[in-house]
Design a protein around this ligand. Structure first.
Ligand SMILES: O=C1O[C@H]([C@@H](O)CO)C(O)=C1O
Length: 549
């Protein structure tokens, strides 16, 4: 079935957390509209840019874009930014059921609020439920994304700081709390009618049923922990892949990840319950995000009679690792990983300083995007559009990941990794100490155009004997995976999707500061690239020249 949408993106005044602000909205909605489709459907989005002075693109996070790499929505990689006043047609198939989302992928447009849910349903699933909800999680700053972007590229560097609020489906509370009576912070109780833009979206449930909660995190920065007070959660899906069900009382979710959980409404039906999100992995300076699980027929306004769930300590990484290590592919539903790899790439994640500017680098290269999208320059053989020398396959064996870099300098680069078509590639993501002593941060890495198998995580520096401990039995398939502080993460994927694909830290300011790499495979097999995708930069000039010949 074809599902067709006409969308226009524009700036709009909105009040996501009780403080007036400006969001990037689609057709007047914040968050942007939810797409619901059935597996196998083709989506047509006629996307018009009504922003007054800036380009825009939309990335369909988790969708393989098999056969349509020009619709992946990554500026400088798969297409030219759509100019103000122009319309671009995103046409792609949703070939895999799951919980997904979409978001801006140019500059800091995700932080500006350009995101929405994309849910692909399946007729056959390995579990049952009576009803479902969807929560798209995000973090929100009172400073505009434009100013954030300027801060990050200033000398001296200005860090954007922690978000002012956490949002669920675009709703949060900054100047008041839903749970003030349980809080020691002295914030007032929110007095809400329920129709405010920042009033929480309440989840209404019937007792003694099973519900599916779909959650995805579109945060710009924050790693989160989600809990439903008094209720156990059974995790059943990760990034559009069925996983071996496991039960937890709260769960971590990193930017770029999505999950489905099942919960039973088996608690005292005369009470309501909190649903909470809290910041993990960074010293929390942002109040927890809250909404209410309301047992019908009681009033939704009835405040739960116990305090919101207590999250694990923000820096309890052992706790986070235990959660990640519970995720396995579901037998019979999850495709098996190839048993061996053709190529192994080691990627060292470092924070650096180039000419006084703070940047992130991978194997000492800090990614800057070229003006001509890679897809067009490779496909049409334009060889002066980017550095055709590949970035390093590995990093120095002597690098001490436990200390700040001895030489923090790095280089800007836009070279990419050319992968042989249909080969199996292992990537080891290696974390390290940042510029300051005794600090290493969480980085959730997201791969475009593919899922990868997560073969394992480890502490410290990766050594070749770690390969013996790789999980080849039931590794989970995902499109996003966390790299823990001072640790490494190993993933495997098959380079079988003709196109050019970003692989990057999903923390938006980190990508903006160079924390990513680009893979290209089988580009000669890409057919029918619409001219509108690539009519900018040198490819644009080439088209114009040909016309006048
Ligand atoms: O990229 C980042 O910069 C700051 C800090 O490391 C320097 O101010 C921070 O917390 C980041 O995640």
């Amino acid at each position: 079935k074809i599902r067709e949408y006409k969308w226009r993106v524009e700036y709009m005044h909105w009040c996501p957390d009780g403080v007036d602000g400006v969001v990037m909205a689609i057709n007047g909605n914040f968050p942007s509209p939810t797409i619901r489709a059935l597996v196998g459907d083709t989506i047509y989005v006629h996307f018009t840019n009504n922003l007054p002075t800036e380009g825009v693109v939309i990335h369909w996070h988790g969708i393989s874009q098999s056969g349509t790499p020009w619709a992946d929505g990554t500026a400088s990689i798969s297409q030219c930014p759509i100019n103000p006043g122009e319309t671009f047609l995103y046409k792609f198939q949703v070939d895999k059921a799951g919980t997904y989302f979409y978001h801006g992928h140019y500059g800091m447009q995700r932080s500006a609020g350009l995101y929405g849910s994309l849910i692909v349903e399946d007729e056959k699933e390995p579990f049952h439920y009576d009803g479902e909800f969807n929560l798209l999680l995000s973090d929100w700053w009172h400073k505009s994304s434009n100013e954030q972007q300027i801060d990050l590229s200033s000398k001296p560097f200005r860090w954007i700081g922690e978000p002012q609020s956490l949002l669920m489906n675009g709703r949060g509370q900054f100047n008041c709390s839903l749970a003030a009576q349980f809080s020691k912070l002295g914030v007032p109780q929110c007095k809400l009618r329920g129709d405010e833009q920042y009033a929480p979206q309440i989840l209404h449930v019937h007792p003694n049923k099973t519900y599916r909660l779909r959650v995805a995190s579109s945060t710009a920065l924050s790693s989160l922990n989600l809990a439903i007070g008094g209720h156990k959660m059974v995790v059943v899906e990760a990034d559009g892949n069925y996983i071996q069900p496991f039960s937890v009382k709260n769960m971590d979710i990193y930017s770029g990840e999505s999950y489905s959980i099942l919960f039973n409404t088996d608690q005292d039906p005369s009470n309501n319950y909190w649903i909470s999100i809290n910041v993990r992995g960074r010293e929390p300076k942002t109040p927890q995000g809250l909404t209410i699980l309301n047992y019908i027929p009681h009033f939704a306004s009835k405040i739960p009679n116990s305090p919101p769930p207590l999250p694990p300590l923000w820096n309890d990484y052992k706790y986070s690792k235990a959660f990640s290590n519970k995720i396995f592919g579901l037998n019979g539903w999850s495709p098996k990983s190839p048993t061996r790899q053709n190529r192994r790439i080691l990627l060292l994640n470092t924070q650096n300083r180039i000419e006084g500017y703070i940047r992130w680098a991978i194997n000492n290269v800090s990614l800057v995007f070229p003006t001509t999208p890679y897809l067009g320059s490779i496909k049409y053989g334009i060889n002066n559009a980017f550095d055709t020398k590949s970035p390093p396959n590995t990093f120095s064996k002597n690098y001490n990941i436990m200390k700040p870099p001895i030489n923090p300098n790095s280089t800007y680069g836009n070279g990419i990794y050319m992968l042989k078509f249909n080969t199996t590639v292992d990537v080891i993501l290696q974390n390290a100490n940042v510029l300051a002593e005794n600090e290493s941060e969480i980085h959730p890495w997201h791969l475009h155009g593919h899922n990868f198998w997560v073969l394992g995580y480890g502490d410290g520096k990766f050594v070749s004997k770690n390969v013996e401990k790789f999980n080849l039995k039931n590794p989970p398939l995902r499109n996003t995976v966390v790299v823990f502080p001072y640790g490494w993460t190993a993933v495997r994927f098959v380079a079988n999707n003709p196109g050019v694909w970003a692989f990057h830290c999903h923390i938006e300011p980190h990508l903006h500061l160079g924390m990513g790499v680009v893979f290209a495979e089988g580009v000669h097999l890409v057919k029918n690239v619409p001219n509108e995708a690539l009519t900018c930069g040198l490819r644009g000039k080439m088209l114009v020249k040909n016309k006048h010949k």
